[in-house]
Write a protein that binds this ligand. Structure first.
Ligand code: ZN
Length: 290
């Protein structure tokens, strides 16, 4: 097994393990890193460094390719098919063979057909206890934003000398909450906020990809507000620390505006302008409470 990037061993050693990982980067190292990560997650005698021991039964089974707790999915022909992700659902519902973790590795996840991705999404939305997913793809932009927003995204560099970058998608959820809080303020602060995406170049994520994740989170907030307005049951919102800024009907209209912007984003449109228009429309809706 190859050595894991330090960012990965650190995450494993700290025990702060995400239920879903997305590894992107050079295809030459992706599969090896994904397999080593799977082994580290299953190892029963993990080293302090976060590396797998290589000697325990779990390690030996992974290395021999006969671990019952590791399921590896790769494209059948050109793509990962819905029949494959459907099978995962049954697999994930089973108890772990060894009574501990199970790992599902989806290689070349970007080849997933939309139906396959949607069936995977259902599992990722409520990941079964002790089931961990590792997805690989050349670039993050190639996955559905709904999948991306549920993964801890690790960008692997070409060599072990530079460490991997762990992209925290929670950042976009935070940005979405920030915007919602600004909607009751003045328009100029909204226009400044849309500018902030233009300068968001960290980690090489394209502006379009960043905005895609942001809009996905924003849509989630307004959908939750719409539900809250309709069933007057605020548990979910309270958990996310979101204060409703509008009634259910308004939230639904806001959600439609966001969905419209999501489809416009995929066309060759000026992104700052797109956000300007969206933010001002949302503010209008929130202030009028239509
Ligand atoms: Zn081990």
């Amino acid at each position: 097994m190859v050595k894991l990037f330090p960012a990965l061993t650190k995450a494993v050693a700290s025990g702060q393990i995400s239920h879903a990982w997305l590894l992107t980067g050079n295809t030459g190292i992706l599969t090896e890193q994904a397999m080593s990560l799977a082994q580290a997650l299953l190892c029963t005698d993990l080293q302090v460094s976060g590396e797998a021991c290589g000697n325990c039964t779990a390690c030996r089974q992974v290395m021999a390719g006969n671990s019952a707790d590791l399921q590896v999915i790769s494209p059948e022909g050109q793509s990962v098919k819905i029949s494959q992700t459907r099978r995962l659902k049954h697999y994930a519902a089973l108890e772990s063979y060894s009574g501990s973790r199970q790992v599902i590795l989806i290689l070349e996840a970007h080849t997933m057909q939309v139906a396959a991705a949607n069936s995977l999404l259902k599992i990722l939305e409520e990941p079964p206890h002790n089931v961990y997913f590792i997805l690989t793809a050349p670039v993050g932009d190639s996955l559905l934003p709904t999948i991306l927003s549920r993964c801890t995204w690790v960008r692997l560099p070409q060599t072990l000398e530079a460490d991997a970058v762990i992209e925290d998608n929670a950042e976009y959820a935070k940005k979405a909450r920030e915007l919602v809080a600004k909607l009751n303020g003045d328009a100029s602060s909204l226009l400044l906020f849309s500018q902030s995406f233009k300068d968001d170049k960290k980690g090489g994520l394209s502006v379009r990809a960043a905005v895609r994740l942001f809009l996905q989170e924003l849509l989630g907030i307004f959908r939750d507000m719409a539900v809250l307005g309709m069933v007057s049951e605020g548990e979910k919102l309270l958990k996310q620390k979101i204060t409703p800024v509008c009634n259910g009907g308004t939230a639904l209209k806001a959600a439609l505006e966001i969905e419209n912007s999501q489809s416009l984003l995929e066309q060759n449109i000026n992104i700052t302008l797109l956000l300007d228009v969206l933010f001002l429309r949302l503010q209008d809706l929130v202030k009028k409470q239509v």
